[in-house]
Ligand binder design. Structure first.
Ligand code: PXG
Length: 287
């Protein structure tokens, strides 16, 4: 496996950065998780826009244009002979001293691109649907670390994931600072009730897969809205599913012990999944 590290391709064992990197010391940096299918990078521009927005707020300069980053991603896929891959782009603050102050860092961000294969959940969960719970760990307050930042500080989500795992669940709903349903630890959430699709509007990472699903809904004339959602509305929904680059689209059939709809993946969920799959095979940046 060859890894892109600051403009060069190196073997996995040589892909190392300093222990003084503030990404390691403080989670000071940003990242993206991207997928390619059938030699097409899905929604590459959208992922790069989100990455550069995160870096803008963090005031980290990767010293690469989006175009150069895009080329580096494609090169990483080609050099590793991957037609279907999960791509992790990491931009960390770079080396500094042991203090917090980013001004004392060298100003040279570390840019890393790893391309590999992953499947997040067992295949049968996609067919049967998943059971999830709500965890007591609240999603970051938008005035603290805005959930829209895809920063290297993922402790909020990791604490949620640990809580879910301790109770035997793979994934969990996190509420926002006002008690509304926000999202899951690494996925956005959707419900469908009486033909109407809804997804939370606040306290979330604006998922690229979430937007792809909203676009499919618009094209297929399925009414869809971004709004505030309560747990009650999730419990009484006809269908529920999660979206994420890693997870793709996964049906949810039970939440906090409440059966959702018929307890099997819903028909609109399946319709959306099918179209999503079709688009991933035919849309994207060719390499
Ligand atoms: N919400 C959060 C908090 C995320 O981290 C999503 C939603 C989905 O966004 P996209 O753009 O991917 O549709 C994410 C992204 C993992 C893992 O191992 C998950 C993400 C990132 C990195 C790792 O579960 N999810």
């Amino acid at each position: 496996m060859k890894i892109y590290l600051n403009g060069e391709f190196v073997e996995k064992k040589d892909a190392v950065v300093s222990v003084f990197d503030h990404g390691f010391l403080y989670g000071d940096g940003g990242f993206e998780g991207i997928r390619s299918y059938n030699s097409l990078v899905f929604k590459l521009d959208e992922h790069l826009n989100r990455l550069y927005e995160t870096l803008h707020t963090l005031m980290i300069d990767p010293k690469m244009t989006k175009d150069e980053m895009s080329k580096a991603i494609v090169e990483t896929l080609k050099i590793n002979n991957l037609t279907d891959a999960y791509i992790r782009v990491i931009v960390s603050r770079g080396e500094g001293d042991l203090g917090l102050d980013p001004k004392k860092c060298c100003g040279m961000a570390n840019v890393i691109i790893i391309a590999d294969k992953i499947t997040l959940y067992p295949k049968e969960l996609y067919n049967k649907g998943m059971e999830i719970m709500t965890v007591s760990t609240v999603r970051n307050h938008p005035g603290a670390i805005n959930p829209q930042l895809k920063s290297l500080n993922y402790l909020n989500n990791i604490l949620g994931k640990i809580e879910a795992g301790n109770s035997g669940y793979n994934e969990a709903i996190m509420l926002d600072h006002q008690g509304f349903v926000a999202e899951c630890t690494g996925d956005n959430i959707f419900i469908i009730k009486n033909g109407q699709m809804s997804t939370p509007s606040q306290g979330i990472l604006k998922g690229i897969t979430r937007q792809a699903v909203l676009d499919i809904a618009a094209d297929q004339k399925i009414p869809a809205r971004e709004c505030l959602l309560t747990r009650h509305e999730v419990y009484v929904a006809d269908e529920c599913f999660l979206t994420g680059t890693a997870a793709e689209i996964i049906p949810v059939v039970k939440v906090d012990g409440r059966i959702i709809g018929s307890g099997t993946p819903g028909t609109i969920t399946e319709q959306i999944r099918e179209e999503f799959h079709k688009r991933t095979q035919t849309e994207g940046v060719k390499y």
